[in-house]
Every structure is written in structure tokens, then in C-alpha cells.
Design a protein around this ligand. Structure first.
Ligand code: ADP
Ligand code: MG
Length: 696
């Protein structure tokens, strides 16, 4: 057996390969660019390109691609071969620094939300040297950012890098105030836990809804769901375990730190978590992970569903965004320290995050809003659409003591003096309440749990980084002016706790009472994408995002439209798929079963004079349901036709929320009821029991 340490990262042009293949001068210059963002000289780019090409060709690659993340939610790539004609009719393999640094894909076929109308159709991709190049399927992949010719971001990476820059600038100001002159860079790190479902490929192929929309649009609950709680952390089935082993291996070859795997709550649901890394690398790796998950599943006769809600009635899939902030000398700024000085600094960063989440609840909510994720958030599933922060009782107690200037219970009798006292040791919170929170402090990081399983993690982190950067800026502005730093710091922390403690909630997020309580506290509860997405254009949000250079105003409006259009398109496809399945599959099947049953009645009655109570009831109920489905389908058809006529993104999304989705529900309820009355042989596609329990 091959050893993991032998093949880990074998397809990655990583630091080890750079050191081995580049001259010392080129290597050092590239390292400076990677670590500190200093501009790269073209001669250095040429040398790196040559080394990359030789290494890639050695590994069997014939092509290279600039790999980027347009607003479609998936990644994009255009492959060019290395070949270049030689005078003697043969070819040589070439790859220049210019080709490494910049690509020019036609931007006109990617969503730009109006930016294209105002600017040129051409776009360019720019190498992101902080994320390693890698080889996949015979092609050298170069991670890049994607912009219009005039510099507008057309992707998710450009604003992500800008947001990391913003938080770096402001966090450094704070550290300087604490007398720290050594730290050069502060970076955010993310470890995204990824949930997914596996279903047998041959069953998937028989369901138009799964093929077209990634989720089941019809389906009655089987007798068994997740109520026995026997799946979570349960022993892993052979076929799944083989899949997971293969997946780990493929990810490791790509240098992805796949670490943990286990069964999740719902039947057929699983999770994979990597070890955390710098946010832009984590984002690249998560996109790659989702791709490799789907590809590897095919090899095993399975399909990997990344949709947020593939099945009604059992848990959906999310992605937990574990987020922290650390310095280049390895200090986690969200980790309670050993000394009073470190503790004061920790508390300042902690309350900064609390204020940021409270001030920008809307931005965080909308950063994870998609048609798919709306089925989890605000739909009786964790977490709710209301954003709150879990801190645990101990830390909440400390903040309370600071705010009210009273002794901290359980800890000495003394009042806490910032910068003088050491914080008590917090034991890791292991309560179940924590798991229901949308935004939980877990010892030395925050876990943002609202992301959907298919979301790119970029959007959530752009807004989170931006919000925290803004608060750190306000803090730095205030503290830099202060005559007495300690007093000003103490006042600032106290005031922040008192103004923003409404966002802290340590109770059970599943509880309906919490939603009422949240309303009393004035927290936002935005259930759908249509409700929250337009708020990205609120003045407060535009001011924050533009002042930190994360987005231009034009980019913000374009993103609102793109995200709303994606929502409208996704639901529209679902509606059309439902119409198709109802008209061509479900209604004919149910009608046929009813009429076959009717034929049986006449035969039976003529022979025996039997009453045929069962048959008559079934025929009557099913005929009623067939009519209902027919009506509901027609109503949905009309609504879908009306939607076509609405051009603007905001009214279209509202129409989807108010007209299309409720009509889809009416059709589904009738069809699911019919499923429970129709003989299994007649049902036109595989049912939930087979999909959820079909993998052996
Ligand atoms: P759990 O959520 O089950 O308690 P862990 O805390 O071990 O599990 O980690 C969950 C995820 O959080 C993993 O991807 C892990 O790498 C990541 N993580 C751990 N520490 C940090 C950190 N300081 N910053 C960001 N992510 C982290
Ligand atoms: Mg977790």
C-alpha cells in the first residue's frame, strides 16, 4: 500500500516543488509575493511559468487553464494546450510568464448583472499566487481571479481577497494600539465542514427532478426517516466507506487536508471536514472538494447530492464555516490568552465580532441566501433564519460582569479589571444548544452555520470579513484618539457589550419561543432570498462595503441582480420540471391505476356481485386527486407564463416567493397523497424509501 505521506500533494506545485525547481532568487521573490502581496516582476513570472510547465509536462499534463469562480456558483475553466509550432513542422511546449499571470476569457457568457452593459465584454483572469497551482485530468490548473477590463469584479474571489485585505488593515491598527509592532499580516482562516447525500446512480437517473434541480420535487415520507437517530455517527456502510476512502485519496493528491468523515443525521447523509486554511485557499479547496465528491461518486455507481434540501421531511445539508483571525506569527486573535494583556486584546476582538454580527445581520443572512438554502433556514430546521450568537454560559457571564461592573460568579470575588486580571479558563462547551446556533463561539473560532451545502464559502466570508473590518475600524478610530488607552478600552468593551448583547442567545435555536423572543429583541427574521437580497443595497451596507474597497456600488447592484436572477431561475426550473413530471408521469400513472381498478370492479361485480368498497374508495379518492393535480398543474403553468413577462430581478423574485412557490406546494401535496394510495408498480419513479435506504 502506498503511504499517504508519499502521495499527499503529489499533483500540487507547492512550496516544496517551488524550492526544488526555482532558483533561490526567483523563489524568494515569489515567496514575498505570496506572503506579503508584493508585485511580481515579469522575469520572475517567466521563470515560474517555465518551471511549472516542466513539472506539469513531467506529470503528463498537456494543457493549462486559468481556473476561476464566476457568479454561477460553480468554477469555470478554458483549456489551452502548451503546444507551439516549430519551423520543422513539429511542436514545442511553451508557457510564458504572461500566460501564467493573465488570461483573457470572453466575459460575455458569464453573469455580470448589468456590468457588461456598461463596460466592455472582455474580461481577464489574474493569477492568485497565494493558492497553489495543481494538476487535474492532464491539465495544469492555475487559480485566478476574474475581472472586467475596467477592473470590476466578475467573480467571488476578487471581493474575497479585497475583504481579507480590509480586515488585515484594520486588525493591524488594533494590534499596534496594544503595542504589537512585530506582526506584519493578519489573516482569516476557514475550515468548512461539508455535508452531502449519496444515492444510487441508477435510481437518480430515473428522477427528472433530481437531474434537473438537484432535489426531489415530489415524494411522500417513507415509514422510517431520521427519528431513530441511528444514522448520525453510525457505522459506515461498505459502499460508502469505499467511496470515502477513494475521495480522501483524490483530495489528498490535490493537497486538500481532508480530515474527518462521518454519517450525518439523515439517512444517506454524510459529512467531510478538512483542516482549516487561509480563507481564499479554503474557498478554492472547497470548490474542488465539491467537484471531486461528485466525480468520485460516479466511479462508485453513486450520485453525490450537494443540494441543501434533496428530501423533504429529513434534514437538509449545510456547510459550517469555522472562522478565525490570526497573525503571521501564529497567534489566534480569537483565542483567550494566558496573560491579562492577551485577554484584553481577545475581549476586544470578541466584542468586535459580536457588534459586527449584530450590525450586519442582514448582510450575513443574504450572503447565504439561495433558493435551495431557503428550504433549511426559516423552515423548522437548524439553524433558523434569525441570526444570533452562542457564547456559552461562562463567557456570557464574563461579559455580563464586565458590562455591569460586578464580580464574575464562579470566579473569585473580585471584579474583572481588563488588562490586569486573567480570564478564567473556559471549558469547551459541549451542550446541544450550541449545535442549534447559527453563529457559535467554539473556544477559539466562530462557527457560522447558515451556509448551504452547495454555497461557495466566498460570499459568507466576504461579508463577515467586511463587517468585522468595519467594526475594528470604528474601534481603532476611537482608541487611537484616546488619552488613556486602558480606560478607553474598558469603556469601549463595556459599551459594546451593552449595545449589542441582544444578539447573544445561548438557548435552543429550534424553539419557536426563540423566534418570538428574537422579534422582541428587534432581530431580523428574513425567511426567503426575495426578502433579504435587496437589502445588500441599503445605504449602511453600501457605505461599509465601498468604504473598505470590497465592492464598488455598481458591483453591489450587479450582485443583487445576479443572486436574485439565480433564485428566480432555480425556482422556475423546478416549476417547469414539476409540470413536466405531473403531466407526463404522475397524472397518467395515477389515472391508469384508478381506471385499472375500475375495470377490476366491473369484472368482480359481474362475477360475484361484490360491493367493492375498497376499489370504490380508492377510485373516488384518486380521481379527486387527479383533478386536483390537473388544476394545480394548470395554475402553475399560468404562473410560470406570467413570470416570463417580469423583467426586473426584484419583482420577479417577489413573484416567485408569492406565486410560484406556493403553487408548487399545492401540486406537491396532492401528488404525495396520491403516491400513498397508488400501487407501487404503478408509481413512475423511485420513491423515498429506495433513494434514502438504497445504498448498501
Ligand atoms: P467540531 O466542530 O466538531 O468541534 P473541530 O472544532 O475540531 O470540530 O473543527 C471543525 C472545523 O473547524 C475543522 O474544519 C477544523 O479544521 C476547523 N478549525 C479548527 N480550528 C480552527 C481555527 N482556529 N480557525 C478556523 N477553523 C478552525
Ligand atoms: Mg462543527
Amino acid at each position: 500500500m502506498e503511504k499517504v505521506t508519499d502521495y499527499f500533494g503529489c499533483n500540487v506545485f507547492d512550496d516544496r516543488i517551488m524550492k526544488a525547481t526555482l532558483s533561490e532568487k526567483v523563489y524568494k521573490s515569489l515567496k514575498r509575493t505570496i506572503d506579503r502581496g508584493t508585485p511580481l516582476d515579469i522575469s520572475v513570472a517567466n521563470a515560474v511559468a517555465a518551471a511549472m510547465k516542466d513539472w506539469a509536462i513531467e506529470k503528463g499534463a498537456t494543457h493549462y487553464t486559468h481556473w476561476f469562480q464566476p457568479m454561477t456558483g460553480v468554477t469555470a475553466e478554458k483549456h489551452d494546450s502548451f503546444i507551439s509550432p516549430a519551423p520543422d513542422g513539429r511542436v514545442i511546449m511553451e508557457f510564458s510568464g504572461k500566460e501564467l499571470v493573465k488570461g483573457e476569457p470572453d466575459a460575455s457568457s458569464f453573469p455580470s448583472g448589468g456590468l457588461r452593459a456598461t463596460f466592455e465584454a472582455r474580461g481577464y483572469t489574474a493569477w492568485d499566487p497565494t493558492s497553489y497551482a495543481f494538476i487535474k485530468d492532464g491539465t495544469l490548473y492555475i487559480p485566478t481571479a476574474f475581472c472586467s477590463y475596467t477592473g470590476e469584479a466578475l467573480d467571488k474571489k476578487v471581493p474575497l481577497l479585497r475583504s481579507m485585505d480590509a480586515i488585515n488593515r484594520q486588525a493591524l491598527r488594533i494590534l499596534r494600539l496594544f503595542g504589537n509592532t512585530k506582526v506584519k499580516v493578519v489573516k482569516t482562516s476557514v475550515g468548512p465542514e461539508q455535508e452531502y447525500f449519496l444515492v444510487p446512480a441508477e435510481l437518480y437517473a430515473q428522477r427528472k427532478d433530481l437531474i434537473m434541480s438537484g432535489r426531489t420535487l415530489f415524494g411522500a415520507m417513507p415509514p422510517k426517516g431520521q427519528e431513530l437517530e441511528d444514522h448520525y455517527f453510525g457505522s459506515i456502510k461498505q459502499k460508502v466507506s469505499e467511496y470515502m476512502a477513494d475521495l480522501d485519496k483524490e483530495l489528498w493528491k490535490l493537497g486538500i487536508l481532508a480530515k474527518t468523515k462521518h454519517n450525518e443525521v439523515a439517512p444517506a447523509q454524510h459529512e467531510l471536514a478538512p483542516i482549516y486554511s487561509t480563507t481564499n485557499i479554503a474557498a478554492d479547496h472547497n470548490q474542488l472538494t465539491m467537484e471531486v465528491m461528485q466525480k468520485t461518486a460516479k466511479k462508485h455507481g453513486l450520485v453525490c447530492l450537494l443540494h441543501e434540501k434533496p428530501f423533504a421531511g429529513v434534514n437538509g445539508s449545510g456547510k459550517h464555516n469555522n472562522w478565525s483571525l490570526s497573525t503571521d506569527d501564529g497567534v489566534n486573535l480569537l483565542s483567550p490568552g494566558e496573560t491579562p494583556y492577551e485577554n484584553a486584546q481577545f475581549l476586544l476582538f470578541l466584542v468586535a465580532v459580536i457588534k459586527a454580527v449584530d450590525d450586519y445581520q442582514d448582510l450575513l443572512r443574504l450572503s447565504v441566501a439561495t433558493a435551495g438554502n431557503d428550504h433549511r433556514l426559516g423552515a423548522n430546521e437548524a439553524p433558523p433564519a434569525v441570526i444570533s450568537i452562542f457564547l456559552g454560559d461562562e463567557l456570557t457571564g464574563v461579559l455580563e460582569a464586565i458590562e455591569k461592573d460586578i464580580p464574575y460568579g464562579g470566579y473569585e470575588k473580585e471584579k474583572m479589571q481588563l488588562g490586569v486580571d486573567v480570564l478564567p479558563k473556559f471549558s469547551k462547551d459541549t451542550t446541544d444548544r450550541n449545535r442549534t446556533s447559527p453563529f457559535a463561539f467554539t473556544g477559539n473560532k466562530f462557527e457560522f452555520r447558515m451556509l448551504g451545502s452547495s454555497n461557495s464559502i466566498s460570499c459568507a466570508n466576504i461579508h463577515l470579513n467586511g463587517a468585522v473590518a468595519e467594526v475594528l475600524k470604528q474601534f481603532a478610530d476611537e482608541l487611537e484618539k484616546a488619552d488613556d488607552f486602558s480606560t478607553a478600552l474598558h469603556d469601549l468593551i463595556r459599551r459594546t457589550i451593552s449595545e449589542h448583547k441582544r444578539i447573544i442567545f445561548n438557548g435552543n435555536g429550534y424553539d419557536d419561543a426563540w423566534i418570538e423572543e428574537a422579534e422582541r429583541r428587534g432581530l431580523l427574521n428574513m425567511k426567503t432570498t426575495a426578502d433579504c437580497m435587496p437589502r445588500i443595497c441599503d445605504k449602511k451596507n453600501v457605505d461599509m462595503l465601498t468604504s473598505h474597497g470590497i465592492f464598488t456600488e455598481a458591483e453591489i447592484y450587479s450582485r443583487r441582480d445576479i443572486m436574485l436572477e439565480n433564485y428566480v431561475k432555480a425556482v422556475n426550473i423546478e416549476a417547469l420540471t414539476m409540470i413536466d413530471m405531473a403531466r407526463k408521469e404522475i397524472i397518467p400513472a395515477v389515472a391508469k391505476f384508478a381506471s385499472d381498478t375500475a375495470k377490476g370492479v366491473s369484472v368482480k361485480a359481474s362475477v360475484s356481485g361484490a360491493e367493492c368498497k375498497y376499489e370504490k374508495r380508492i377510485i373516488s379518492e384518486l380521481s379527486g386527486l387527479v383533478d386536483k393535480m390537473d388544476e394545480a398543474t394548470s395554475a402553475l403553468e399560468e404562473a410560470a407564463a406570467e413570470l416570463k413577462g417580469i423583467g426586473e430581478a426584484v419583482p420577479a423574485s417577489e413573484f416567485v416567493r408569492d406565486n410560484i412557490l406556493p403553487k408548487m406546494d399545492v401540486l406537491r401535496i396532492a401528488a404525495d397523497k396520491a403516491e400513498t394510495l397508488t400501487a407501487e408498480d404503478y408509481w413512475p419513479f423511485p420513491t423515498y424509501d429506495k433513494l434514502l435506504f438504497g445504498v448498501k
